[in-house]
Design a protein around this ligand. Sequence first.
Ligand SMILES: Cc1cc2nc3c(=O)[nH]c(=O)nc-3n(C[C@H](O)[C@H](O)[C@H](O)COP(=O)(O)OP(=O)(O)OC[C@H]3O[C@@H](n4cnc5c(N)ncnc54)[C@H](O)[C@@H]3O)c2cc1C
Length: 408
Amino acid sequence: MGLHFGTLFWPGTLAKSNRHPSLKGPTKTRAVIIGGGMSGVTCGYTLAKSGIDAILIEQRLIASGSTSANTGLLQFSNDTMLSEFAEQIGEQTAVRFYRACKHSAEKLCDIADGLRSETDFKRRSSLYYASKPEDVSVLMKEYDMLHRNGFDAEWWDETRIAEHFPFRRAAAIVTHGDGEVNPYLFVHALADEAVRNGLRIYENTALLSVESRSGGYRVMTGDGVIDAEHIVYAVGYTPELAGGRWVQATINRSYAIVTDPVQSLSAWHERFLLWETARPYLYMRTTTDDRIVVGGLDENVRQPVLSERELRNHSMRLLSELHKLFPELNAHIRYEWCASFGESADGLPWLGEDPDRPGQYYCLGYGGNGTIYSLLGAEIIRDRLLGFDNPIASIVRPDRSAKPTPHQ
Ligand SMILES: Cc1cc2nc3c(=O)[nH]c(=O)nc-3n(C[C@H](O)[C@H](O)[C@H](O)COP(=O)(O)OP(=O)(O)OC[C@H]3O[C@@H](n4cnc5c(N)ncnc54)[C@H](O)[C@@H]3O)c2cc1C
């Protein structure tokens, strides 16, 4: 089953990628990572940087899964607001989790800044606006909690929004410290850096089966065998491949368009990342070559659409939402796609060791800011392998009891 349908923008932006061999014959390592998307590569990079011997296997090519459909917003604020998490898990724990997300966003910005190849990374602020006037009280509650807990957030009223953008909304929260990236370039650059630090990557190498053996596991691929102490499942939106009983994901589908470069973005204040309180939400960003990316219209269906016409209908709706906010922009759709998108009932990702299967880990960053979650997962797994405590491991552990968030 395909993870995306349509014409993707990012893969065409990489002139030439370093290819990796497929695995032939037996080998051994401390940790084997299954999946070469954002999550697996971030994990491989993090382990390699800490001197942990690791192998990553990818059944197709690096970043060919949902990573190539990712729209590249790096935001610490979640699909589930801090105030919603606070109702669910208590304010102290929710703040601890949000602080970890903020730290992760900053760290990703630093990593992207330091990579040798271009990733089109830019630091950005985000405008989170009230979709309708009734949402202002929810937004105010969120602002109060962010502000009270030291997050760099501003309250913008209708006048201030209208001073900076060509649209009016009743209120918004502006947060700082976010970023945008080309996820495809980023994952390729990260993989190259990980290899320089000792990670071994095998493409066109699928996990076929796992056997327990003394001191760990034996992983069988088509032409190879890997003996490893630990296995990390970074298999994206095919959670059944990770096995175990804890991951109860909902797989939906989402849509995105990328326009041709537009003539002027002067009406778009500091190229803020834009999103809203409605669920599912609409979101927008710009690119370094002056295109606009618009995403949203999530639907409760696992399989991406398979018809050009159905895709085009959704793309036109996204374009019309863009024109509602920026009526003067003369924007034309150049790329459009529909992709599977995984979520959890409580808005938290599944990261860390499976208590039923010691030595087997999940790095499944489900949710709108999957990239932030991928790094959290990578660090939790690294800390576990190094024998350190991780302050948020208990919040996202796979066997937590999942409760739906009030927003859903
Ligand atoms: C439309 C859309 C927009 C998004 N926008 C954003 C955004 O703006 N910001 C953000 O942070 N997140 C965003 N996300 C979420 C983000 O895309 C995901 O969190 C992230 O790409 C998932 O990466 P992954 O590595 O977990 O999955 P994938 O990229 O799918 O990687 C999993 C890999 O595992 C491989 N695999 C599976 N089974 C096996 C096997 N048996 N053996 C070997 N390999 C295997 C697959 O081939 C695949 O390459 C978006 C998602 C979608 C769909």
